[in-house]
Structure formats: structure tokens, C-alpha cells
Design a protein around this ligand. Structure first.
Ligand SMILES: [Zn+2]
Length: 382
């Protein structure tokens, strides 16, 4: 069992009140506004406390690779939520599900999993029945959520060529039962706004590199695919149609370019939370105080996640040594911890060469929520 860490103290001994605490006691006893707190944890302390990576992807692993990976989770005190994203291929989804189930069964305290449903037989009479059967079976095998991927909105088409969006009433056959049962949907819908901008207007070097190398995914070059505004609008409509459905919007709900946009959706849809997976760079390039205030205000609805992948292909071909991949993952975890917990200047090559972002120095209570408690609340059973 993972145990919550006691409040660590470095500069101040902070006494946190329950819930959304806006004040903490300074050593003199005078209240310190939460916006002035900070520096409560070091990178080492963050790495030692129980954490959940609420958005990651495990591939197929040989037994010795799996053992090395689990030892890494033990060492870094992480639990992984590995998310299946079968989407258009039913057989690929079944492989992912089988692998996730097996690893979860072997290491339930370190690896949790989210299932998904196939779109391969979309439009056929038994689509919804088959999708719900896969989902039910997943829950019976310990899955904590259902993933819907961006192929809804960007790939899946009806026979007439129209793209199927997440607010399509036919999707209610899957979303309705989840809502009724109080099971969460983990939703990667749309892409970063950069996807629809020319390369030279993209805000991060990493997006520029990715879309330069993958023009087939560059929305600007694929005008037949519904654009950014359509993707976001469909998702927002879905949130409205299912006000009790818990939705964890992956990748800052694809509103990564401006925390004010995320805040607007969080205000409007109490059923929405967001994960940080692969989008911390977009926070690191926004004004620090604005981002810090956003995170403090919504500290109960932000989940730490990375989108890290381990196993099954890239960098993990048969016979390969897992050590370099684990070292890269550790470096990423430590860099994120330095940025969230300390006020160090953290190098962010993904933004642009030579760029550094000053850490947010978040209070310990907010860190514990973002790294651990929120994931447990938004994904019951995790
Ligand atoms: Zn992902």
C-alpha cells in the first residue's frame, strides 16, 4: 500500500487546514497567504513521496524488462495508470488490454489500468453492445476508467465521409452507461492548438519538430479534418450533455496554450478535471505567476501525468537494455518535480534551445494533491 507522506518542512513548518487551504501558519503563528508559500519540498522529497503518474502507456515487456520497470516504480515511489488506446483497431486494443490486465494482476499496487473500446465496427448494429461488453469486462478485471482517443473527431468517419465527433448522439450509448455508474472517462480529444498553426507560429520546438516530421497529423495541412475550434466545441458539448460524467481531459483538455481557457472550462463544468500529460512545456512558457495562481486555484482538479511510454516497440526492441529508457524517465520526473516544487530555473529544451523556466515552488499540500490525491479521487479504485 502507498502511504501519504507526512507534511515535510524545509523553510517553514506549514500547518495546513483541510480542503482548499488559503492560509498556513508561519513559525511565528501569523497566517501566510497560500500565494506566498512555497519552497516546501525539495526534488528529493517529491521523489520520495507517494505519486501517481495518471497518464502513461505500458507496452509489451519481457519478464526481465517488467521486473526492472517495477523496481523503478518502487525506487521513485510512483504508481502508473497505464491507458489503453485501441481505437480503430479492435485487435490492437485486445492486445493492449490483455497486457495491461496481466501486469496489473502481477503488480496491483504499482500498475493500474484504463480500458477503452473499439471503433472498428462503428456503424454496425452491434457496435454499442460490443463496446459496452469490452468496457464491462475491463471493469470486472480492475480497470478504473475508459479512454476515448482523438481518433473520435480526427479519424473516425461515417460512410458519407463526415467525421464522427464526441458529441455525436450515438456516442451516448457508451457515455450514458458510464455516467450512470459513476465511472470516469479519460478523454484525449483534439490536439494542441499548435497542430492547426503554421510551423513557424507554433509555440514550442517540440510541436514544431513533431508536426514537421508527421505532416499527416498536421491539422493545417489536412483541411478535411474538423479544425481546432470544432474539436473543442464538440468536447464542450459532450460535457454539457453528460453533466454527471466524470471526465479527465488529457493534455490539459487540449487547451494547453492558455490556462485561462482551461479555467473557463473547469468553472463551467464541475465534472471536468485535467491531466498535465506531455503539456507541462506549455505551462512553462506562460507567465509564471498566472500559471501558479491557476494551479493553486484548481489544485483539486489537476492530475500529474506524463504520457511516458515504456515497452512494446520504440526504444524497447527485443534484446534491448531497459536502463537508458528508465534513466530518461527519471530525468523527466526530476525535471517536472524541480519545476513544480522548487524555484530553480529549469531548462526546457522542448520550448526552445537555451530556454529555462523558473519553478513554481508550489506548497506541499498542492503537490500532494496533484501528484497523488486527485488521481485517487477522480479515478475511484486507483
Ligand atoms: Zn497518452
Amino acid at each position: 500500500m502507498l502511504q501519504p507522506l507526512r507534511t515535510p518542512g524545509r523553510r517553514l513548518s506549514l500547518l495546513f487546514v483541510s480542503g482548499l487551504s488559503f492560509f498556513a501558519a508561519s513559525p511565528s503563528g501569523a497566517p501566510v497567504p497560500v500565494f506566498e508559500q512555497g519552497g516546501a519540498m525539495s526534488v528529493e522529497q517529491v521523489m520520495a513521496m507517494p505519486k501517481i503518474d495518471a497518464h502513461a502507456h505500458l507496452g509489451a515487456l519481457r519478464p526481465e524488462q517488467l521486473r526492472a520497470f517495477v523496481a523503478f516504480l518502487e525506487r521513485t515511489n510512483f504508481r502508473w495508470l497505464t491507458i489503453c488506446t485501441g481505437g480503430m483497431s479492435g485487435s490492437r486494443l485486445q492486445q493492449q488490454i490483455a497486457s495491461a490486465q496481466e501486469i496489473h494482476r502481477a503488480y496491483p499496487s504499482r500498475v493500474a489500468w484504463a480500458t477503452s473500446f473499439s471503433l472498428e465496427n462503428w456503424g454496425q448494429a452491434d457496435w454499442a453492445r460490443a463496446a459496452n461488453a469490452t468496457i464491462d469486462d475491463g471493469f470486472a478485471q480492475g480497470a478504473v476508467a475508459v479512454k476515448v482517443w482523438k481518433d473520435v473527431g480526427m479519424v473516425l468517419q461515417d460512410p458519407d465521409g463526415r467525421y464522427v465527433m464526441i458529441d455525436d448522439p450515438r456516442m451516448d450509448d457508451v457515455l450514458g452507461p458510464l455516467e450512470k455508474r459513476g465511472r470516469p472517462l479519460v478523454a484525449h480529444l483534439g490536439e494542441p492548438r499548435n497542430c492547426w498553426l503554421p510551423l513557424d507560429q507554433m509555440t514550442t520546438a517540440s510541436d514544431r519538430r513533431y508536426f514537421a516530421n508527421h505532416p499527416q497529423y498536421h491539422g493545417l495541412l489536412q483541411p478535411q479534418i474538423p479544425d481546432y475550434a470544432r474539436q473543442i466545441a464538440a468536447r464542450d458539448t459532450m460535457l454539457e450533455r453528460h453533466p454527471s460524467l466524470k471526465v479527465i481531459g488529457c493534455h490539459l483538455a487540449s487547451l494547453e496554450y492558455d490556462v485561462d481557457e482551461v479555467a473557463r472550462r473547469l468553472d463551467k463544468h464541475p465534472n471536468l478535471a485535467v491531466d498535465l500529460a506531455a503539456r507541462i512545456v506549455h505551462l512553462q512558457i506562460q507567465p509564471r505567476e498566472k500559471v501558479r495562481a491557476f494551479i493553486l486555484k484548481y489544485q483539486d482538479r489537476i492530475l500529474y501525468g506524463t504520457d511516458l511510454q515504456f515497452g512494446g516497440g520504440a526504444g524497447q526492441a527485443a534484446g534491448s537494455d531497459p536502463a537508458p529508457a528508465l534513466a530518461r524517465m527519471l530525468a523527466e520526473y526530476e525535471s517536472d518535480a524541480a519545476w513544480l516544487a522548487t524555484d530553480q530555473d529549469v531548462p526546457v529544451e522542448r520550448a526552445r534551445e537555451g530556454f529555462a523556466s523558473k519553478g513554481l515552488s508550489l506548497p506541499a499540500e498542492a503537490l500532494r494533491k496533484i501528484y497523488y490525491e486527485n488521481a485517487r479521487r477522480w479515478y475511484p479504485g486507483l
